[in-house]
Design a protein around this ligand. Structure first.
Ligand SMILES: Cc1cc2nc3c(=O)[nH]c(=O)nc-3n(C[C@H](O)[C@H](O)[C@H](O)COP(=O)(O)OP(=O)(O)OC[C@H]3O[C@@H](n4cnc5c(N)ncnc54)[C@H](O)[C@@H]3O)c2cc1C
Length: 432
């Protein structure tokens, strides 16, 4: 049995790793980018690696932590304070401790309403009914207008932009529940010393050691089907590169790419809305803001969050300050997708000048821009009903990825590893 996995992100790598460990012999991962990793890939800057998109993990990411342990990286997993804040009405408000919350722009009554809503969320076991209610409706009903406008709306806007009022309450519940590793001084988040690059590196090494193949820098352009002896449609190969190229024969294909990317390879890809991200990373010779790792922005700038990586990891690990400036966008006409790189970077720098009067452009040593139109499903109401199962109706053809049930109601590295493992296990059960 030969398996081709389309996409070398965490889902594809996890599926290959699991299949090879389970005794499947012929597994080929095909990745269009020059390096595997997908959304969790890193830049190599000087003598360090840093994720193209900011990443951390939660204490509840059990399977990811188990995998990190299995790959021998457990001693490098550190739990660090992940401080958050809000930029509202021209001012930065840290929002980590009870005292900081008391100093926030929320009134005492709003704080009580917020605490009560969070408690309700944490106590709710089954969120399936909330898939059909918008987060906005639920918050307005259970916490009121002012808590919505001053606390939740900036969060929802920074995460879902123009779709902020259409996202399901099930997403909100899932999001709040995973953020519960919070002591009196704030939340602890996990990060691998040396970056999540090391996870990708160890995974790829293990795949190759166990006889798998990883082809990078080649895009699958078509998944090829024929008919089995019962005249049912079945997978028989993939075509790599532009038309006319020879096909690579196989009995099983796992597609881990977004439905949008899949629609270029097959006629009937599932229709799941995704959003894009335009994430700049700045290397700076001085600090942008003190103490806060993650700053949500409620202001008229073209980004929704500023993430100071070196307020999370020590700056001495890098020898310079690293700051992400990031925005999600919901359609292909958005300026953040359409504009030239330099133009977008300038607009982000303009925004930083507006928010941080002490910020100086000459303190920026270098910048990188990661832009991708398919970085996350948008969890609109009714999403759960449309989640595709791993096995499709076509013999030998499987789907796993950010759109899988393991990534609902929030996509994550853990969810993608679970999707890869789950899909590999289902194929194994089906074949024997
Ligand atoms: C801005 C941002 C921040 C995030 N922060 C966190 C975080 O803090 N914590 C966390 O746990 N998760 C985070 N995530 C989510 C996490 O990175 C993803 O859930 C996970 O990496 C997705 O892996 P995947 O393999 O399912 O998908 P992808 O990483 O999208 O992998 C799909 C792969 O398919 C490849 N591909 C596409 N088309 C083709 C083709 N035609 N042929 C071959 N290959 C193809 C792509 O290049 C890609 O490598 C973040 C993601 C983003 C974008």
């Amino acid at each position: 049995m030969k398996t081709v996995i389309v996409g070398g992100g965490l889902t594809g790598l996890a599926a290959a790793y699991r299949m090879l460990k389970g005794g499947t012999s012929e597994v080929v991962v095909i990745e269009k980018d020059p390096e595997p990793g997908g959304m969790a890939a890193s830049y190599h800057i000087g003598d360090y690696h840093i994720e193209k998109y900011y990443h951390h993990i939660f204490a509840s990411d059990r399977e990811l932590i188990d995998l990190i342990t299995e790959l021998g990286l457990k001693s490098d997993l550190q739990w660090l304070k992940g401080t958050t804040g809000y930029h509202i009405d021209g001012k930065v408000y840290p929002m980590n401790t009870p005292i900081e919350l008391l100093r926030s722009p929320l009134s005492m009554l709003d704080l009580i309403r917020l605490a009560r809503a969070v408690l309700m969320i944490k106590r709710t076991k089954d969120t399936s009914a909330l898939d059909d209610v918008t987060a906005k409706e639920w918050i307005l009903k259970n916490a009121g207008n002012s808590v919505y406008e001053r606390f939740f709306e900036p969060l929802l806007r920074s995460k879902f932009g123009t779709s902020h009022d259409k996202v399901s309450a099930a997403w909100l519940f899932g999001r709040i529940r995973i953020r519960s590793n919070r002591g009196a001084s704030g939340e602890k988040l996990g990060y691998l010393r040396g970056g999540f690059y090391r996870l990708i590196e160890q995974l790829t090494e293990s795949i190759v050691e166990n006889g798998g193949e990883i082809m990078t820098g080649c895009a699958v352009s078509e998944i090829i089907f024929d008919r089995n002896e019962r005249s049912e449609k079945r997978v028989c190969g993939v075509r790599v590169g532009a038309g006319g190229r020879p096909e690579l024969g196989c009995d099983t294909v796992i597609s881990t790419v977004s439905p949008h990317a899949l629609s270029r390879m097959i006629p009937d890809a599932p229709d799941i809305p995704y959003q894009g991200t335009a994430c700049a990373l700045f290397g700076m010779d001085r600090e942008l803001m003190s103490d806060i790792y993650w700053l949500n922005i409620k202001s008229d700038v073209p980004f929704g969050a500023v993430i100071a990586h070196t307020n999370f990891l020590p700056v001495t690990d890098y020898g310079e300050h690293l700051v992400y400036v990031t925005a999600y966008f919901q359609d292909a006409h958005d300026q953040r997708w359409q504009s030239q790189e330099r133009e977008l970077i300038d607009s982000y720098l303009d925004g930083l000048e507006k928010l941080f009067p002490e910020f100086r452009r000459d303190g920026v040593r270098w910048w990188r821009l990661a832009r991708n139109i398919d970085t996350a499903p948008v969890y609109l109401t009714g999403y759960a009903r449309n989640i595709p199962p791993y096995a499709t109706e076509i013999d030998g053809f499987y789907l796993a990825g950010m759109f899988s049930g393991t990534n609902y109601p929030e996509r994550s590295m853990n969810g993608s590893i679970l999707a890869g493992f789950g899909c590999a296990d289902e194929i194994k059960i089906g074949s024997g």
